[in-house]
Ligand binder design. Structure first.
Ligand code: 13P
Length: 252
């Protein structure tokens, strides 16, 4: 099987003051052991420049944003563009997190435009997908995830799609303490890879990194990451403590 890039990304969400964020990034940077896993820190916007400076020359650590706008610039009060992120060397951006879809009503069409905006500035999208509990209970989880991928990503050329990282985050597992079982994660990741193979061919599917997110922490990461199609994690709560985050990073 083709080796895939392993990634652990910390999504800090709307947490940490300036000093708290600086201290967290410094602690992670100071204590991270050499690893083949790419480690991405995705702090709130106010931290990006500073965290970028803290991790700039450190092997294995990368900078991610939690969102970007689809336009390059203009009258969008309060928004941040991919061009702005690129200007401070942001390398990754989370797009389509379920909290953005739910609370900010981001549509598939907007997410597709955000993906394009990120790629235009050479920022790699971490594209989130995942079903709500009622959809899983109704047996609709594969159908909804497939629709999210088709509408948000499958307009891309194969060349561009190769730059995308997928994060499967079942909404019922986010912040609840109830993670998907390793088997549930594996089943969905294998399904996602199958859908990608149908669209872009097996070679691209085999090299696409697919992360699991949703109550992933030091006590369950090892079993989740052991699954053949789980290539790492997108970590919320456990990314806010250096001890926990580094334990997850070291779970492969
Ligand atoms: P938790 O790890 O806090 O469940 O959050 C997952 C998540 O939403 C990461 O993007």
């Amino acid at each position: 099987m083709t080796p895939r890039q392993r990634i652990v990304a910390g999504n800090w969400k709307m947490n940490t003051s300036y000093v708290e964020g600086r201290n967290l990034a410094k602690e992670i940077a100071d204590r991270m052991q050499p690893t083949d896993t790419k480690v991405i820190l995705a702090p709130p916007f106010i931290h990006l420049n500073n965290v970028g400076n803290i991790i700039r020359d450190l092997a294995g650590l990368y900078l991610g944003a939690q969102n970007c706008h689809w336009a390059e610039s203009g009258a969008y009060t309060g928004e941040i563009s991919a061009r702005m992120l690129a200007s401070i060397e942001v390398q990754y951006v989370i797009i389509g997190h379920s909290e953005r879809r739910e609370y900010f009503h981001e549509t598939d069409e907007q997410l597709a435009a955000k993906v394009n905006a990120a790629l235009a500035y050479n920022i790699q999208p971490i594209f989130c997908c995942g079903e709500k509990l009622d959809m899983r209970q109704a047996g609709q989880h594969e159908a909804i995830v497939e629709a999210q991928l088709r509408q948000g990503l499958f307009h891309l050329s194969g060349q561009d799609f190769k730059k995308v990282i997928i994060a499967y985050e079942p909404v019922w597992a986010i912040g609840t303490g109830v993670n998907a079982t390793p088997q549930q994660a594996q089943d969905m990741h294998a399904f996602i890879r199958h859908i990608i193979a149908g669209q872009y061919g097996q070679a691209i599917a085999d090299t696409t990194t697919i992360l699991y997110g949703g109550s992933c922490n030091p006590s369950n990461a090892r079993d989740l990451f052991r699954q053949p199609d789980v290539d790492g994690g997108l970590i919320g709560g456990a990314s806010l403590k250096a001890d926990d985050f580094l334990a997850v990073v070291n779970s492969f």
